[in-house]
Design a binder for this molecule. Structure first.
Ligand code: CA
Ligand code: CA
Length: 85
């Protein structure tokens, strides 16, 4: 999945929501769509769960393809996973 996300965001240099969250269990990244675990270690900044309120993963923070955790209330470009294609 990570390689797809990097390809999809190749020309973007802005933070992008990628449909992954640790809302259910802090520190455990899972797909919002499938619940599949999405372990990842190439963070652009520490996944610090700032103020206990950062449960969404973004791509392209601190370098292209790198992840960050952030709050739901921020507005970023997004990528959604759909089935049936
Ligand atoms: Ca979190
Ligand atoms: Ca953070």
């Amino acid at each position: 999945m990570q390689s797809f996300l990097i390809m999809a965001c190749h020309y973007l240099e802005i933070s992008t929501w990628i449909g992954i969250t640790d809302q259910a269990m802090e520190g455990v990244s899972r797909s919002v769509t499938t619940g599949e675990r999405m372990p990842y270690t190439n963070w652009g900044g520490p996944p610090d769960n700032y103020r206990g309120n950062q449960h969404c993963r973004t791509l392209n923070y601190g370098g292209r393809g790198r992840w960050d955790d952030d709050t739901y209330s921020k507005k970023f470009t997004f990528i959604c996973e759909v089935s049936g294609y």
